[in-house]
Write a protein that binds this ligand. Sequence first.
Ligand code: GLU
Ligand code: ZN
Length: 329
Amino acid sequence: MVFPVIGRLAPSPTGAQHVGNARTYLIAWLSARSSGGMLKLRIEDIDSPRVKPGAAVAAREDLQWLGLDWDGEPIVQTTRLSHYQAALEELKRRELVYPCTCTRSDIATAASAPHAGEEIPYPGTCASRRVADVQTLQAEGRPWAWRFRVHESPTFVDRFAGEQHIDLKQIGGDFVVWKKFTAPAHAQPDAAAELGTPAYQLAVVVDDAEMGVTEVVRGDDLLPSTPRQLLLYRALNLAPPEFAHVPLVVGPDGRRLAKRHGDTRLAALRAAGVKPEALLGLLAWSCGWLDQPEPICARELLPLFRLESIPRRPFVLTPELLRTIGYCI
Ligand code: GLU
Ligand code: ZN
């Protein structure tokens, strides 16, 4: 029996979608649609302090403008907290997580080496705690996060990036699945789980599994997340999807596309009168599907799509390239 492909688009409404997001969405859309598969839309809005009002609606408009459609109603993470809570309870029940009271600066101080990136390896300060210790923490009014115990680093074969051996101990160790919160002193310990926020790693696994997602196509900045997610799939007894992590779009300085490179928001291109076909042509050329950047619509790209022809290095977006599609930065 052949199982249908189910892909997904998962914008975070923490800001506007830009040309870099568009390239990844195009690849994800073509990968699913070119094999006759379905595609779901998920709004990843649990990162509440960073969520911008209107950004979720804008992301949908951007996708529609590009001609990238999806099946069914969008799935909105903030409406699904009970699902993430159920998964957390399962991890707690099996002592696969423990309460961590460390602050960022505790972790930075305890970590042996200074760390340039955002991710500071967690030194395991709280790893000897048990789930039941939250009763004491709560009585003391101390906030905690739930950390997942990392005992191994699953290797996996990425459909684009090939075999991956990422040592989770090196890049962060035990990771947070539920962010820190303070339970009110009067709350029952069990009810305390209703407060706070699931972390991206947990939410994405619960969602992809429940949505029946069979392939995840996303930017390669998320490669280090995949072994963590594979551990959660195993822990929750869920079947993982296949993964394809594709290179990002960078500016002429080689750094990930951002405000410093000028306004590459899709909304800005649209407002300047750029046609979606022109942008799609540029992106398709950057992926090796066209010899020249020439206008083309998403559906016309279906027969041309090949994951293997995408260059392995990031796509450098220059002001000159944007000018060829009628956009001056
Ligand atoms: N929401 C994430 C982003 O916009 C994508 C997460 C994922 O694809 O797993 O970068
Ligand atoms: Zn800790």
